[in-house]
Design a protein around this ligand. Structure first.
Ligand SMILES: [Zn+2]
Length: 271
């Protein structure tokens, strides 16, 4: 059960470990197709068993309590879906959350919004990238079955959903950064305060090996070429500007920096 406290200027942050799943070699083969030999080799050199994590970001800025993504939802407990329990241990209840910001609409990020058909966050405004909403719930080519699931998830929040796009401020010191490819509206976030900064890249990458091999996209990247191009671009920016990043699916707490290394980059974990 994991929480990791840190701060960026005046902003208080907690990475909350929603949970973790073991990714074995069969799982990797299912996740990356085709699977380059060098990528498989890099996986084999990682500490085993490889842990595929879900890192939720809790933010306190200018008196507001904010969550970026909600995790898998309590049905997955105890392996995943532990976010609310861990927040509770920190003295933070779901009713105190003012804003829930979603990076994209996959259920390992949005699944914690409801239990049954009831809203988990009774007082929160829900903030969603507009492009993402259009893809899954409006004119986009998303499967009808998924559309129905998402409609049910958002139904109890009717009237308190706000749409945002690249460059929009969603709270004091928190700005949306479009990072499309994993999904059409997938977004990251810049947290900045008092000259300090953090870039939350969320699902711009899923596996630590993609830092060395940014051209490799997993099967669940809906636009794999766009994802690969944006992944390289954001990793170049992170390396050149010396930014600290948070990555949703890397080893808890998912914080670190990257350096240029060969044709890719090297991961320098923190925390
Ligand atoms: Zn994800």
């Amino acid at each position: 059960m994991n929480t990791y406290h840190f701060s960026v200027g005046n902003i208080k942050l907690i990475v909350v470990g929603d949970g973790s799943e073991t990714l074995d070699e069969a799982g990797l083969i299912g996740m990356v197709k085709p699977l380059p030999d060098a990528f498989l080799q890099a996986y084999r050199e990682m500490p085993q068993p490889y842990q595929f994590n879900y890192n939720i970001l809790y933010i306190e800025s200018a008196g507001e309590r904010i969550l970026i993504d909600t995790g898998n939802g309590a049905e997955g407990k105890p392996q995943v879906g532990n976010t609310l329990d861990l927040l509770q241990q920190e003295g933070i209840t779901a009713g105190q959350i003012d804003k829930v910001i979603l990076s994209h609409l996959h259920m390992d990020h949005a699944g914690g919004l409801t239990v049954g058909n009831a809203a988990v966050f009774p007082n929160a405004e829900i903030i969603i990238p507009k492009v993402e909403w259009e893809h899954w719930l409006e004119s986009g080519p998303a499967p009808a079955e998924r559309r129905e699931i998402l409609k049910a998830v958002f139904q109890p929040y009717t009237g308190r959903i706000r749409f945002v796009g690249d460059g929009d401020s969603v709270a004091e010191g928190v700005t949306v950064v479009a990072l499309p490819g994993h999904t059409p509206g997938h977004s990251g976030f810049i947290i900045d305060s008092e000259g300090q900064g953090l870039l939350h890249i969320v699902d711009a990458l899923h596996l630590q090996m993609q830092i060395a091999f940014p051209e490799v996209s997993p099967v669940f990247d809906l636009q794999p070429d766009v994802s690969a191009a944006n992944r390289r671009k954001v990793l170049e920016r992170i390396a050149d500007e010396g930014l600290t990043i948070l990555a949703y699916h890397l080893q808890f707490p998912g914080l670190g920096r990257v350096e240029r290394s060969g044709s890719g980059f090297a991961w320098k974990p923190m925390g």
